[in-house]
Design a protein around this ligand. Structure first.
Ligand SMILES: Nc1ncnc2c1ncn2[C@@H]1O[C@H](COP(=O)(O)OP(=O)(O)OP(=O)(O)O)[C@@H](O)[C@H]1O
Ligand SMILES: [Mg+2]
Length: 289
């Protein structure tokens, strides 16, 4: 059960002064209010390069700025969310540890340096976890086994999935309460959407009957006639499931990871930052009361 949350209305000036404090490095998210349950959201789409990592990282940072205790789990061997926050992938630690030994899950969590945001970084040997666990029954339930170890300390947990439908996305979908599906407004978007929805439905009929679609998010949007057409089609098929917020194509969103920063810290005035703050607000509104 989500505790009702209040969006801390971040006025432009308050927001920018908060961002100005970004040089401060923060320790682990406070566990003083431990006991509430988080919203665990898998950010998934089997299609590659649609904005999963950009979304998982920046929406976590935006919610953290709004005062929500967030955990970002980088379940992708590529480790883009980890390096995008200026962190190192940890061999035999981080996501590898989370999957390999759920009793040590708490040790897999590290502070990101951003206030209210902790991370389970990816691991250089994360791919090995898949091979090592290949013969185990219920290998797609490894992350779910670790859940009790981390769930009480956060308001939101975002799991960044790699593309495809393999071991890692299956673990994320089995553990999550909902799936946030980023899609690009392009010709194959609907096809990708149909596939992920069918994976969600398979998971609902199997290991995770409660799994919901959190929302569908239009990303890298450019106001061309074609993109508008795709957006209209997606909205006409999925209506309320589609976020009102649309993430524009904005070069600063692509630049921020090379500086090891979220867009909120790297370019707080950019269109990309504003869009992810709006998305965070929309998510909070959806889970109020
Ligand atoms: N709104 C945006 N505007 C401009 N560039 C973007 C935007 N969103 C993402 N990008 C860039 O597009 C590329 C793909 O984005 P991202 O890595 O988030 O996708 P992904 O779905 O996580 O990819 P993968 O499937 O490989 O994990 C990255 O270089 C990223 O910086
Ligand atoms: Mg990614």
């Amino acid at each position: 059960m989500m505790v009702p949350v209040q969006w801390k209305n971040v006025s432009a000036s308050a927001h920018f002064s908060l961002c100005a404090g970004q040089a401060t490095r923060y320790n682990h998210v406070s566990r003083e209010t431990e006991g509430t349950m988080p919203r665990i959201v898998a950010v998934a789409n089997q299609k590659g390069g649609v904005g999963k990592t950009t979304t998982a990282l920046n929406v976590s940072a935006a919610l953290a700025l709004a005062g929500k205790r967030c955990l970002l789990v980088d379940l992708d061997p590529q480790g883009n969310a980890t390096t995008g926050l200026g962190m190192e992938k940890k061999r035999r630690e981080g996501a590898y540890l989370l999957l390999a030994d759920h009793s040590k899950a708490a040790a897999a969590i590290v502070p990101s340096g951003v206030r209210n945001l902790d991370v389970v970084p990816s691991s250089p040997n994360l791919g090995e976890a898949e091979a090592q666990l290949a013969s185990q029954p219920n290998r797609h339930l490894r992350l779910k086994l670790a859940k009790p170890q981390f769930e009480k300390a956060y308001d939101f947990v975002f799991i960044d999935c790699p593309p495809g439908t393999g071991f890692f996305p299956a673990n994320a979908l089995a553990c999550a309460e909902s799936v946030l599906i980023p899609i690009q407004c392009e010709y194959f978007a609907m096809e990708g959407l149909t596939q992920i929805l069918s994976n969600i439905s398979a998971m609902r009929n199997g290991s995770n009957p409660q799994l919901e679609v959190e929302s569908i998010l239009l990303t890298m949007y450019e106001p061309s006639a074609f993109a508008k057409e795709v957006a209209t089609e997606v909205r006409s098929h999925f209506s309320d499931l589609v976020c009102e917020t649309v993430i524009p194509r904005d070069i600063t969103l692509a630049e921020a990871p090379s500086h090891g920063q979220s867009i909120i810290d790297y370019a707080p005035r950019s269109r990309g930052a504003r869009a992810y703050l709006e998305l965070a607000k929309e998510i909070l509104n959806d889970h109020q009361g």
